[in-house]
Design a protein around this ligand. Sequence first.
Ligand SMILES: Nc1ncnc2c1ncn2[C@@H]1O[C@H](COP(=O)(O)OP(=O)(O)OP(=O)(O)O)[C@@H](O)[C@H]1O
Ligand SMILES: [Mg+2]
Length: 262
Amino acid sequence: MATRKIIVASSKGGVGKSTVALGVAGALCTLGKKVLLCDLDFENPCLDLYMGIEDAALFNVADVAKGRATPEKAILKNSAGLSFLASPEGVVPGGTGENDISEAELAKALTDAVSSAEYDFAIFDTGTAHGIPALLADTFRGATALIVASHQSSSSRGAERTAAMFEAHGIRECRLVVCGYEFIEAARNERRGIVDIIDSSRVPLIGAVPYDRTLMLSCERGVKVPEGSDAAEAFLNIAHRLCGRTVRLFDGINSVKRRKII
Ligand SMILES: Nc1ncnc2c1ncn2[C@@H]1O[C@H](COP(=O)(O)OP(=O)(O)OP(=O)(O)O)[C@@H](O)[C@H]1O
Ligand SMILES: [Mg+2]
């Protein structure tokens, strides 16, 4: 079976891309899928920290690109069975420095990593620099893009721009993930509600991850988000939808009654 590729992106920083990439990857693992998670934020890699395995990654995607390690050697497994390929710091894809790698080398390393085992899903976390989302779109033609936005109007505008970029690079399926959603503030009209966020980004929604302090603390401590927490349920809902199931928008999310939200 072909590996489904998921590119997590947004042109705005700090909206929750890495958190969503890791949360969705972990949820797909929970559903029994074999998942490869690749950190492709060359400026601010953080997934190793969020997973609590910062000392474990001896090799990274640049080592694979330069032939210093095979994908099998570079890919690690965390305690939940999630396979992980780390990003180097200070390497510029397409740059001319001594340590840099070409875009063609990066594309080949990623293709090799994805085909190194029978993964059901390959999930790519991206940063806001170096045009990595476009490179991924060109490399993996049938990929799905998960575009992350928050309450902030600038993030909706960024999501719209990101979707247009993906479309120009041949990606047909772009889906919006709203991250850090504050139910109470939205219900009080203090912050934009989910409908406004979808409307202004013009990207169809695949899920919303509530603001959940336990999620932030889990990332900080490098541990898995607690089962049954609002964030864990939201990631499971997204994972189910990626697997083609129909799940209600806020299924399993306890913090607020659904009818107050929209
Ligand atoms: N739903 C959420 N609830 C609470 N905290 C969250 C949530 N989503 C993300 N965060 C926190 O927000 C911060 C930024 O998240 P994250 O690193 O995922 O953003 P990013 O978009 O990947 O940033 P960058 O652009 O730097 O790559 C982190 O501290 C993370 O724990
Ligand atoms: Mg990030």
